[in-house]
Design a protein around this ligand. Sequence first.
Ligand SMILES: [Zn+2]
Ligand SMILES: [Zn+2]
Length: 218
Amino acid sequence: MTGTAEFAIEVQSRYQEIHSDRWPVVVVPQADELLSSWLNRLAFANGIAPRHFADVFGMDGGMWSARLDLALPDGAARLLHHYSGVARDTLAAMTLAQDERTRLLLPLRQTGHRRRSTWLQFCPQCLASDLAPYFRRRWRMATSISCPMHGCGLRDRCPSCGSGTAAFDQPGLIPQHHCTTCHFDLRTAAKVSVTAATRRFERCLHDLLRPEAAKGFL
Ligand SMILES: [Zn+2]
Ligand SMILES: [Zn+2]
């Protein structure tokens, strides 16, 4: 054979990716996704049980990813950016640290007491319609009562065993839309009815508590 073109070796753009020290599976944050939800998906996609993913951040378990929702330390943000490739601004936007309405968040607690709220709500139908089920930032707000898209009430416990969502404590490779305690698929939970009057009240509340309005009295 003649000519050099047939033997030319080019470094392809993907070469760098192959030798990158990034985590192998890229997980793209979804609209209004809560940081802890993305962390759970990131861990699962890369073959690490969420409970053990806490070790990456030197955290001692517990509600570790839910705590990062409230305050993402600089070192953790740098690490996540480096290994996931997700921009620092995008990571910050998934937290609740910059939200003016932090006083309206559900308290960060795990409780078996049925009369007390858990830390996070969910709409089963939203989870069911997601290609990759994820938890929304707005479901952390105590003022969120219903889903505007599906017109149903939000749940905050597994209907099968009554546990709150606790994917941060999941010791196995099980997606976060399955109850950590009993493995019930939260996407199949029955619809919770909510009256039109309740939904009107909720809309009024949200109008009053918009970040711009809230600055005046919170
Ligand atoms: Zn919904
Ligand atoms: Zn359960």
